[in-house]
Design a protein around this ligand. Structure first.
Ligand code: ATP
Length: 884
């Protein structure tokens, strides 16, 4: 196989079948049995199991069986939900599978890294994650960060020279190892090992551990539940002492009461519901093109106050077209849109014949030679592979009648200085048929103009460069939002074999033209910016483009009525304090490089902002890591940026960042709803038990019945809230203060309020039944159904924390709610009427009249909570900072 052709597709297929896919062995996960047993590993369940054991010892076998049964069912449900959440996250991780640039069948192409086989020729660029172990055959300034493998954080400069056979990994300079990151330069290598055979594959301990399904908030809630459990235990012990010592009740009976109290008050279902809410949120974000890499980002997204976004491709469409050619002899307009190479050149309404215009031919030649993109005509139209800016230049060259293939054959490329955001130029070295060297240069106008002394007229003649003429034309194009790129050329005589930055910086170039490239804003980004501003989130544009271009685009996108801009050079002259004082009020940072991004994030955070920052290049990694939510581009982003980011955008679109913020807020809302939904059940039931104890009446609900209620609500009703869609005003609220606790004072009030209503309903109806001659099992069944039906109505209330639900959509809007209620009603019918369950739970059939009373209670609860919401909306909410 010649290195210039790579493997054939057939050979690659055969090798892949022989060696298997290029994937690293998965880190070992807990087996199903261990994961199931881990479900019991929490204080709550220890308490329940202990209570079950003692219940058994004191001779209540049936109650004990029910307690054990419910604990088992709870654990099974937790196990299944956790499995579902993990599968959801696994599926999302698969969306992030890395890609590799390879040479196959003599064509450069991009494939999934898992398809690589031994012998493949792979190209490396800055920001790439090396996809397999490679023997380098070409390395130009190639630096690789091998920290994952060697622990050495300084990047290593690679070469192709052989090294001693016994050299250690860190010294094998001719190798690039799987999993390491290219930090600079270019390289080509041949795959020598894939998958488990690679160095990193062999050191399985190094493979990143599976992420735990948790976030700071969930951990905080888990801590809260654990603390609650101990408090409840203390209360239960106190109740036991009170009953036996003060009221003189039998210890056996009192023990059951104490167990009932503990079981009632401990919110068993809460952790599972919170985990599933989070997983559903992550899935929803993925559906809206925002792929979460680290779960805590979901929470941070909900409280983002500033989004710093790249311009090109994120706020704009990244469909570049050269519409203006600024030449020494005036401005030419170019017709045609997109990459389709059909269009004409006009100067003052006069059409120019490119073949008869030497400048256009020379310009077209530099455009195709100083260019790494490919533009091909396929069935679906013109398809671009590579950088859109370069695609626009290829299209321009084709419009000028310049054939890229012929040019590249006639003027062979010897060397290249690739484009990098820091120095904003690209240069290539070619030699022609006579052996003369030519340097082709393109880049940001101020950089290129500084290297030019002369310029070319339309007729091909050279003359002195009139800086003022160029500046004026450049400013005019930038003010219209055009992206600007200057193109120049220099003959370097014979003998020049390699290109260095110093060589280019010597200057002496002939300026051919400055190109005005349009890149229209994305319509959806404009809408998303508006939504963000409405949601109290500032949007800042950070771009490598010219300040005037950025300003015009910023205005078109609606960043502010009057946009303020700073340039990278200005940032450089500012102290940290100086930057902090202006950073909030400035919308645009132009000609900014990745280092400036880091300073901006730091300045914003110092001002107390929660920052989301987008990025794509290898040098953006520090800023992405530093931001509260680092956002990497999924399409044009490098692997280095993705590794550093918390979230990856599948479509590189700003609208997806805004969508993720919206989903982040929704997840937080739904977590709150789940908590404020589950806690009142606990409080209500504990209240009923305590009230009965204090009043000295029979227990209205037995421990087994309490467990039943908790289990049924956790798997049906509370889970339905995890699927709740965003509230309509979600993007009209101010961002949430990250220091705000999940349970605000208002939510605590709501918990206690509804808990009290449940106590009143359950206890009231129980006593009413007893008063009217019902048996204890019947009265208890009424009490249990009252609590559950109360919960059903409260579920409708909780579809919005403070908004009214008294409208058709309030009741019918979430089909999971309806499903959950359907399941609950079937369960309750079984509980009330099925003989087996009657024996197990001590329940009994109840009359239609009793059902009507229960229903009446449910409706009353619904209306009371709605009345409370209306009061809050009218009197408290306007002064509160954002939502509930
Ligand atoms: P961002 O994506 O951060 O909004 P950007 O992509 O517009 O910004 P860069 O890609 O850093 O910014 O480009 C900055 C400038 O560099 C451009 O205005 C252009 O003049 C020049 N430039 C862009 N691409 C190339 C290229 N492939 N070759 C040479 N010069 C380029």
């Amino acid at each position: 196989m010649p290195l210039s052709e790579g493997l054939s597709a057939a050979e690659a297929g055969a090798r892949s079948a022989r060696d298997g896919p290029n994937v690293l062995p998965q880190a070992a996960r807990n087996g199903p049995l261990k994961r199931f047993l881990l479900q019991f590993h929490n204080v709550l369940l220890y308490v329940l199991l202990g209570a079950g054991a003692i219940t058994l010892l004191v001779g209540h076998e049936l109650d004990a069986a029910v307690i054990f049964g419910v604990v088992l069912i709870n654990a099974t449900i937790g196990f299944m939900q956790e499995g579902k959440a993990e599968r959801a996250l696994d599926a999302i991780r698969e969306l992030l599978s890395p890609r590799a640039q390879v040479l196959r069948d003599a064509h450069r192409q991009e494939i999934d890294a898992c398809e690589l086989v031994v012998g493949d020729v792979v190209f490396l660029s800055p920001g790439d994650k090396v996809p397999a172990d490679l023997r380098l055959v070409d390395a130009r300034g190639l630096c690789v960060d091998e920290a994952v493998l060697t622990g050495e954080s300084l990047a290593v400069e690679k070469s192709t020279e052989p090294v001693a056979a016994d050299a250690s990994i860190g010294d094998r300079l001719a190798m690039a190892y799987c999993g390491t990151l290219v930090s600079a330069g270019q390289g080509t290598g041949v795959v020598v090992a894939t998958g488990a055979q690679t160095e990193i594959g062999r050191i399985s301990a190094l493979i990143s551990a599976v992420e735990v399904l948790s976030t700071p908030l969930l951990r905080q809630m888990a801590g809260f539940s654990a603390m609650l459990t101990w408090v409840i235990l203390a209360v239960a012990v106190a109740a036991f002492a009170f009953g036996t010592l003060v009221q003189g009740q039998a210890p056996g009976e009192m023990f059951l009461v104490a167990v009932g109290l503990a079981v009632a008050a401990i919110p068993e279902g809460l952790p599972a519901v919170m985990t599933i809410t989070l997983a559903i949120g992550v899935q929803r974000m993925a559906r809206r093109s925002a792929i979460i890499r680290r779960l805590p980002a979901v929470e941070a997204l909900g409280s983002v106050t500033v989004i710093c976004s790249d311009k090109t491709g994120t706020l704009t469409r990244n469909e570049m077209t050269v519409q203006r050619v600024i030449s020494a002899d005036g401005v030419l307009e170019v017709s045609g849109g997109g990459y389709v190479p059909e269009g004409v050149f006009r100067s003052a309404e006069r059409e120019l014949e490119p073949a008869a215009t030497p400048l256009l031919l020379a310009l077209g030649r530099v455009c195709v030679l100083c260019n790494d993109a490919e533009l091909t005509l396929e069935d679906k139209g013109w398809v671009l592979l590579g950088d859109p800016t370069e695609g626009a230049l290829l299209s321009l060259a084709l419009k000028a009648g310049v054939d890229p293939l012929r040019q590249r054959a006639q003027m062979v490329r010897d060397d290249v200085i690739p484009f990098e955001a820091e120095h904003r130029i690209m240069a290539t070295l070619h030699h022609d048929a006579h052996g003369d060297a030519h340097i082709m240069l393109k880049g940001a106008p101020e950089r290129v103009l500084a290297l030019c002394t002369r310029c070319m007229g339309l007729d091909g003649g050279e003359r002195e460069l009139d800086a003022e003429h160029w500046q004026q034309a450049i400013s005019a194009a930038a003010a219209q939002g055009m992206r600007l790129l200057a193109v120049a050329e220099r003959c370097a005589g014979s003998g020049l074999a390699a290109l260095s930055v110093d060589e280019v910086n010597e200057g002496g170039f002939v300026l051919l033209a400055v190109l005005g490239i349009t890149d229209p804003p994305r319509a959806e980004a404009v809408r998303a910016v508006e939504r963000c501003l409405g949601a109290g989130i500032r949007v800042k544009m950070i771009t490598g483009d010219h300040v005037a271009t950025a300003r015009a685009i910023g205005q078109q996108i609606g960043l502010a009525a009057e946009v303020k801009a700073l340039t990278g050079a200005e940032i450089e002259t500012m102290s940290d304090a100086g930057l902090r004082s202006v950073v909030l009020e400035t919308e645009i940072f132009a000609r900014a490089s990745p280092q400036h991004k880091l300073r901006l994030v730091e300045a914003l955070q110092a001002e107390g902002e929660v920052v989301a920052m987008t990025g794509d290049g290898v040098n953006d990694a520090p800023a992405l890591k530093r931001a509260d939510v680092g956002v990497a581009m999924g399409c044009k982003g490098t692997e280095a940026a993705k590794e550093a980011a918390e979230m990856v955008l599948a479509d590189d679109n700003f609208a997806s960042v805004a969508a993720a913020v919206e989903e982040g807020r929704t997840v937080y809302d739904n977590l709150k709803k789940a908590v404020v939904y589950i806690l009142p059940t606990s409080i209500g039931q504990a209240g009923i038990v305590s009230a009965a104890l204090l009043l000295g009446v029979t227990m209205p609900i037995t421990p087994a019945q309490i467990l039943w209620v908790n289990m049924i609500t956790a798997v049906t009703l509370a889970l339905a809230l995890a699927f709740e869609a965003a509230e309509p005003d979600i993007m009209q609220r101010r961002p949430r203060d990250p220091r705000e606790p999940l349970l605000t004072r208002f939510l605590m009030w709501r918990t206690v309020f509804v808990g009290a209503l449940l106590v009143a309903g359950g206890m009231g109806l129980f006593l009413w039944e007893l008063e009217h001659g019902a048996s204890i099992p019947v009265a208890r069944s009424v009490a249990v159904n009252a609590v559950l039906i109360g919960e059903v109505f409260y579920l409708f209330n909780m579809r919005s924390l403070t908004g009214s639900v008294l409208k058709p959509a309030g009741f019918l809007g979430n089909r999971y709610v309806l499903w959950a209620i359907g399941v609950l009603l079937v369960c309750q019918a079984a509980f009330t009427y099925l003989p087996v369950l009657q024996t197990l739970f001590g329940s009994a059939a109840i009359s239609p009249a009793a059902w009507l009373r229960i229903l009446g209670f449910g409706v009353a609860l619904l209306l009371l909570v709605e009345a409370e919401k209306a009061f809050v909306r009218r009197n408290i909410e306007p002064s509160r900072n954002g939502g509930a």
